[in-house]
Design a protein around this ligand. Structure first.
Ligand code: PMP
Length: 423
């Protein structure tokens, strides 16, 4: 479409780049995520999309933010537009430390808290601090490409651990860590998304959380706990995050908990907080100074006011109700249209995603291209497997499309799968 902005990502269709010889080897190697491309195609009006992981814009608290913005400018004046400390606005760090202790059982004070531009920045900073070329980070197969991309960008080595219905397989991680020890490799961290993982939608069981903490202690590692979805639980019992369990497990300070506000407040404000050992926070602060000096001050004051007025709790409740309805709609469409004897999928208790497993040998990437030709978009699972496995899986997001659109999309994908199975 001519009025669409050109993709910012390098591709073979681009004209020759006259400055290629000046770029670092790493910049030349880095691959754009094809997910962003498919999500862009999914945004076309004629496409029924189950691709995008972005939260539903209808949930954003636009009026409340407009009112708060006026109030913040009236009460704080130019301070609201000034730089702030790299650690974050002090009152917000205090408020997030209280949130961490009261709501999540994380014993935190201001010194444990760093405010970042989204959890993506939190991951980037912690991996910058931890990972030298060749250092190992364990991660799920599948897992979120934003984290694995941040490790690869630093020359880190990813070691994949299978993810099943109870999350990352901690016993497999234990075996792999022994092998790495024998090899003389240097594992520095385990990256986990504890609840309603992207893309698998599963939650890590309590027993596995405890096992991972024991492994972190035994192998002298940090756990990078990326938890953007934990507060979006629709049913079932909440499980404490690893950060809340670390002290009892004798692994105090070993969890770097990264808590996005993108799914509970507003992703465009780019806000997240990190709860970590104060020494780790100090290292991340130094790294952040050279990246962006500080997180945007105005956005931090908006969040502070939003939390102080009790609106974040209300927003989370409203989001849970909305996404629960969306999940139910997608699951019932799947029950109606997918051949459950040959294809399996999970029933997530929270978050935004369902992962579908096709029979072994069936290629989800090919299916996604065929679906796109029928104006249906979803993301194939190989993108979430850094080692190229998971080719028979794909992710469905129930975030943004209406139940009617999801029904049409699922019916179409179901028909394509049945045709392939029959062939
Ligand atoms: N981690 C996971 C698991 C995610 O799914 C996402 C976004 N989809 C992020 C981090 C990035 O979130 P943020 O907007 O806070 O950078």
């Amino acid at each position: 479409m001519s009025d669409e902005p050109r993709s910012p990502y390098p591709s073979s269709a681009d004209p020759p780049d006259p400055f290629l010889h000046l770029y670092t080897e790493r910049a030349r190697q880095q691959q754009a995520s094809s997910i962003r491309e498919i999500c862009k195609l999914g945004a076309r009006p004629e496409v029924r999309s189950l691709a995008g992981g972005w939260p539903a814009p209808g949930t954003f608290p636009v009026e409340e933010v407009a009112e708060i913005a006026r109030d913040v400018l009236a009460s704080r004046g130019p301070d609201a537009l000034q730089y702030c400390q790299t650690e974050g606005v002090t009152a917000l760090r205090d408020a997030m430390a209280r949130w961490a202790s009261d709501k999540l059982g994380i014993p935190a004070t201001r010194d444990h808290i760093l405010i970042t531009h989204g959890s993506q920045q939190g991951m980037d900073l912690i991996f910058r601090v931890l990972v030298e070329p060749g250092d190992v980070v364990l991660c799920g197969l599948p897992t979120y490409f934003g984290a694995t991309g941040a490790v690869s960008a630093l020359g880190g080595r990813l070691v994949g651990i299978p993810v099943d219905q109870d999350g990352l397989d901690a016993e497999a991680a234990a075996v792999r860590l022994e092998e790495l020890r024998a090899e003389g490799a240097r594992p520095k961290g385990i990256y986990i998304i504890p609840s309603f993982q992207n893309p698998a939608g599963v939650a890590l069981s309590l027993a596995r959380r405890q096992r991972l903490l024991a492994l972190a202690k035994e192998h002298d590692l940090l756990i990078i706990e990326d938890d953007p979805y934990g507060e979006l639980r629709f049913d079932g019992q909440p499980i404490p995050c690893c950060k809340a369990l670390e002290r009892a497990a004798g692994a105090e300070g070993r969890v770097v908990h990264i808590h996005s506000l993108s799914k509970t407040f507003a992703p465009g404000l780019r806000l997240a907080w990190v709860a970590a050992d104060p020494g780790v926070v100090r290292r991340m602060v130094v790294a952040k100074q050279y990246v962006d000096t500080c997180t945007n001050t105005f956005g931090q004051y908006l969040l502070l006011e939003f939390v102080s007025r009790g609106l974040l709790e209300r927003q989370i409740e409203a989001n849970i109700a909305y996404y629960r309805g969306q999940r139910d709609a997608l699951l019932s469409s799947l029950d109606r249209h997918f051949p459950s004897d040959r294809v399996r999928w999970n029933r997530p208790e929270g978050g935004l995603f369902v992962l579908v497993h096709l029979p072994e040998g069936m290629d989800a990437d090919a299916l996604s291209r065929e679906a796109l030709a029928h104006n249906v978009a979803f993301v194939s699972g190989a993108q979430f497997h850094h080692d190229g496995s998971g080719k028979n899986t794909f992710r469905l997001s129930f975030s943004q499309s209406s139940p009617e659109v999801m029904e049409e999309a699922v019916a179409r994908i179901g028909a394509l799968i049945r045709a392939k199975l029959g062939a």
